[in-house]
Design a protein around this ligand. Structure first.
Ligand code: DX5
Ligand code: ZN
Length: 219
């Protein structure tokens, strides 16, 4: 299991400090980009991504909660994004968006809302590096995990085995020390964690706790 901290719950006045606190325990940082339309909140845009790019060598996974995601791809590439997550519900042309992300040299991740079935993305499963299963309705940190969304993880894991697909399976929302073990047993490869990691005096200790919970499951 790999933990991917979401800076949505970090201290925006001290982002550099908060990134340093987790940097040594992880490879990816999750950046939630919200436009106030696809979801109600507004958060970061390419300008913030570019401002924090020089602070760290971590890979940036940008989770786009925006309408018309295609509008932001070039700017995010220029800002230093490595992975782009696109909600299948946010565009009528998901295949074209995935293609554009790849042509820009980034990894593509399809994101599914809790109410969206896997059937909708089945034709694209062999085209992406990652699938992000939302385990809360997107738009805010600190929500409770909707556990039944984990059934999709199980299905994605079976489909991957049956068809030799290569995507990683990631979840986002409500990940903490009480929920991560169950998620891992369903086949999650990566878990985004926001409030559990950053609403703490010791974020790296929180990451270590999540990892430890997962190891318990393996033993
Ligand atoms: C929610 C975001 C998440 C958020 C998760 O819309 O996509 O990445 O930061 O926060 P927690 O881990 O607090 O549920
Ligand atoms: Zn997210």
């Amino acid at each position: 299991m790999e933990i991917v901290p979401s800076i949505l719950s970090a201290n925006f006045a001290h982002l550099a400090k908060d990134i340093k606190k987790v940097e040594n325990s992880i490879n990816y940082l999750h950046i939630d980009i919200m436009d106030g339309q696809f979801v109600e909140n507004l958060s970061f845009g390419p300008m913030i991504v570019s401002a924090i790019r020089p602070l760290t060598d971590l890979k940036f996974e940008c989770h786009l909660m925006v309408l018309n995601p295609e509008k932001y791809l070039i700017k995010l590439k220029e800002a230093g994004a490595n992975v782009i997550g696109v909600h299948v519900e946010s565009t009528a042309h998901i295949h074209r968006v995935i293609d554009a992300i790849h042509r820009l040299g980034m990894e593509a991740e399809i994101v599914l809302n809790p109410g969206t079935p896997i059937a909708l993305i089945e034709p694209l499963l062999d085209e992406v590096e990652s699938i992000l299963v939302m385990t809360v309705d997107p738009g805010a940190g600190g929500q409770k995990m909707i556990k039944k969304c984990l059934k999709k993880v199980l299905t994605l894991s079976e489909l991957r085995d049956m068809n030799d697909y290569n995507y990683r399976i990631e979840i986002d929302g409500g990940v903490n020390k009480d929920t991560i073990q169950n998620a891992q047993s369903m086949g999650v490869d990566r878990a985004v964690a926001g409030s559990y990691v950053f609403k703490s005096d010791n974020p790296s200790e929180r990451i270590a706790t999540l990892m430890k919970e997962c190891q318990k499951d393996e033993s």
